[in-house]
Write a protein that binds this ligand. Structure first.
Ligand code: ATP
Length: 461
């Protein structure tokens, strides 16, 4: 394996992250936005470099207490939109460790490659289609010819390392849906058009992991295979383009930072009749969040031929038998999380003081509410815990008693908590609390007995 080349934005978070960002920020977004996001992620517990105490490990990352909540909310939002709110899509969780036969039939063993070049001067390795003729590390144009590098991680299942025990870590979740097509068809009695959805880890031995969690070797995908009668494929392709584009808008990506880009015919994968990407305007330019592809009947036919099982649909009413076409919206959960963070990042001024605020949609924010006793004083803590107990069943809550209330508001703003609930000494008398809203900083007094309904209503629950 080669060392990762330095990227133009940091791959790894520096160890000496400062505790506070400078205060002299312009109103429009800073051009070192990436550095600031990486900084907030490390400092506030969203994302840590993996194995940090050993100096990090090859651009792998661990999701900390806040990151795990945000990432889970991204995946849950996807699951709600793709499975819960539909009666034509069902879920699946297939094995990550998978049989070579799957990848032989799908074409991944022969085709899932990136073009690899070596720089003869500094010995760095690069993905040929991502550089422009010169080594990004030393500038040399003395590069080797590109050769195909397979991105699948190979391992051995069982105690003997031999050809018979080879297994692969899946590089996409999609094949799990194809090889379970008959199982799902038979157990759910669905008929086309219907979909199978899956969220989970995928692994690709990327030549150059890059841009924080944008491109990593271990990442999470949210994929759905939608099986349709072949004549309807184009209609459903357009339907899913629209649905998926609107999902990002609905969760707070501004329209000027989101676009759909149709692939040119020479860009299409070996299985695809049409593909379009949902792209986000990252700090380095437009880049892919999700690919929506018309995969035709390529995968089902390939697995039928290789396994001998007939992966087709028999319509009893019409007596018709056919292999469905597949429309696939394939998104990255970790990549989407990064886009939501970038889009939410803002800096403004409250009462003459600068603040950093993540304007995350409340459905995505790690915590929906922070319960803050005004003082550490013992008399406020029991009532604050009672308030916390009322809110915990409806949303994820933080409970913070340290530092001044102003500093605690800033801390919550910086991690995107939409509501702070402050318990003060008056609360002991009037059994009411102050609810502060993150974006407007507006504060209203709410009776404790009405709080769960009030917060639930504001969260749309
Ligand atoms: P690329 O061309 O950027 O390598 P791709 O077009 O091969 O990616 P797909 O196979 O379409 O990507 O994967 C679907 C989605 O999975 C991508 O849109 C992306 O959000 C996510 N994804 C793919 N590879 C990675 C990775 N290495 N790290 C993080 N997310 C990834």
């Amino acid at each position: 394996m080669t060392e990762e080349p330095a990227a133009d934005v940091p791959n790894d978070v520096p160890n000496d992250v400062p505790n506070d960002l400078p205060n002299d920020l312009p109103n429009d977004l800073p051009n070192d936005l990436m550095d600031r996001i990486v900084n907030v992620c490390k400092r506030r517990g969203f994302i840590f470099p993996s194995a940090e105490i050993y100096g990090g490990f090859r651009s792998t990352y661990d999701y900390g207490p806040l990151g795990v909540l945000l990432l889970r909310n991204v995946k849950d939002a996807w699951w709600r939109a793709m499975v819960q709110y539909r009666d034509d899509v069902v879920g699946l969780d297939a094995a990550i460790l998978s049989a070579p036969k799957i990848w032989e039939a799908s074409g991944h063993l022969s085709n899932f490659t990136d073009p690899l070049v070596d720089c003869r001067s500094c010995r760095e390795r690069w993905r040929a289609d991502k550089i422009e003729g010169a080594c990004p590390n030393c500038g040399s144009t003395d590069l080797t010819e590109a050769r195909a590098f397979n991105l699948m991680f190979k391992t051995f299942a069982g105690p003997v390392e031999e050809d018979a025990t080879v297994a692969y870590l899946r590089p996409e979740t999609a094949q799990g849906m194809f090889v379970n097509f008959l199982n799902v068809l038979q157990t759910t009695r669905k008929k086309p058009p219907f979909g199978i959805a899956q969220v989970g880890k995928s692994f690709r031995n990327e030549i150059t992991p890059q841009n924080f969690v944008f491109r990593t070797r271990e990442f999470e995908q949210m994929e759905m295979e939608y099986f349709v009668p072949p004549p309807d494929a184009q209609k459903w392709f357009e339907y899913w383009l629209d649905e998926r584009y609107r999902w990002y808008l609905d969760l707070g990506i501004p329209p000027e930072k989101l676009r759909l880009r149709h692939h040119d015919p020479d860009e299409l994968s070996h299985y695809s009749a049409a593909t379009a990407d949902v792209e986000f305007l990252f700090p380095w330019g437009w880049d892919e969040l999700e690919g929506i592809a018309n995969r035709t009947d390529f995968d089902l036919k390939a697995h039928s031929a290789a396994s001998g099982e007939k992966l087709e649909y028999f319509d009893q009413a019409s007596g018709e038998r056919y292999v469905p076409y597949v429309i696939e919206p394939a998104a990255g959960a970790t990549r989407a999380m990064m886009a939501f963070l970038l889009a939410a990042y803002d800096e403004d001024e409250v009462g003459g003081e600068k603040r950093t605020v993540l304007r995350l949609d409340p459905r995505l924010a790690p915590y929906q509410v922070a319960v803050l006793p005004l003082s550490k004083n013992d008399t406020l803590v029991p009532l604050s815990r009672e308030v916390l107990g009322q809110l915990q069943p409806i949303c994820m809550c933080d409970f913070d008693v340290t530092q001044s209330i102003g500093k605690r508001y800033r801390r919550q703003d910086e991690v995107g908590t939409p509501f702070c609930v402050t318990v003060d000494f008056d609360s002991l008398e009037d059994r009411a609390v102050t609810v502060r809203e993150r974006d407007t900083t507006e504060q209203v007094r709410v009776p404790i007995d009405a709080l769960a309904t009030e917060i639930g209503g504001r969260l749309g629950r």
